[in-house]
Design a binder for this molecule. Sequence first.
Ligand code: ATP
Ligand code: MG
Length: 404
Amino acid sequence: MKYDLILIRYGELTTKGKNRKKFITFLRENISVKLKKFSHLKYESTRDRMYIFLNGENQTDVMNALEEVFGIHKFDLAVRTVTDLQSMKEHVLEAAKEALKNGKKTFKISVHRAYKEFPLDTFALQQQLGAHVLIQLDGALQVDVKNPNVNIKVEVRPDFTYVMCQQRNGLGGYPVGVGGKSLLLLSGGIDSPVAAYLMMKRGVNVECIHFHSPPFTSERAKEKVIDLVKILTKYNRQMKLHLVPFTEIQKAIHKEIPANYTMTIMRRMMLRIATEFARKRKALVLSTGESLGQVASQTVDSMYVINEVTDLPVLRPVIAMDKLEIIDLSIKIGTYETSIRPYEDCCTIFLPDHPTTRPKREKCAWFESKFDFKPLLHQAVQGIETLTFKQNESTNVNGLDNLL
Ligand code: ATP
Ligand code: MG
């Protein structure tokens, strides 16, 4: 069966009354960047759906790519025909024959009659089309309305009728970009890439910031983070990775701060830098991969103390997830294999044996008052390198671009 187009349903977007136009514009742009290499595709969007005309492009490749775009609820491969009974019958029969060829045994016809003036009502149309299939195929395909192997959908509209029998689920969520921007603290671990994915799922454009401490952290640890960002670029047209030189601060903390507080103070320094840099990048919120209770720095007490240094909201999309749930998601989104590469990151290297799980604000303030860390923070922000990754150009890093 030769399909003409893919019909995309927006899902959650339909609930957003007056913002709908913006959503559709973003979705359309995100889809067309994602499908850029399929140069013959043509797009048409309406208030409640989008049509992508295949014009000979490979339907499976196009559908696989659409599975990585946020803001799509479901999509169908469809044939478009004129709205008359005879051509509906022909196309429905063709779909049924294809199902039979693929080993299916039962079918059902679901008619959606958006064109109310069509002479046959929904029930009569279903009956006529179903009977046509039964007769023409001599009963080789049986009707099963409850649990059919194939559901042949017929959508009758005034201008055209669509016949569909292959549907896939989209990723749901909102198109990336409609929800503003967040600066996300990306480590090389399992959790923060999942957090990035979930932020993007809610339509937020994510830029990543990573703290590294060469020579204590290796070039490979940096490559790992770069690879994670490249994977995440599947879900966003473009991603930026900001690399913060953190060595001097780590050394100072190590020297000046009692061991059980180094972790807490280090997190506070990270958050201070991220807050300053977020302002430059016009990101209104920070996000992290913290999950409650997982490690010493992720207790309620720690978060209370660490959060104190920023006036930006810190969003933590995996806060209540179990590690196994996070792992499942990281496998699904494709980051897991990279996250478990065994390279040390700056936190693990300087990690004390017994970090406090119940730090106190007053103590942090006292320890921090004993050395002048502000110039170091400023220096770190000045030294940030930025890499830009574009979707569909996975091998390239567009060099360093000087944003500051
Ligand atoms: P992850 O799997 O994301 O590394 P984790 O369970 O290992 O998380 P931590 O190492 O305590 O937990 O880190 C908590 C959060 O702090 C991370 O999810 C990330 O948002 C941020 N973070 C930790 N290390 C770095 C780093 N080197 N650069 C940027 N952000 C970091
Ligand atoms: Mg970590």
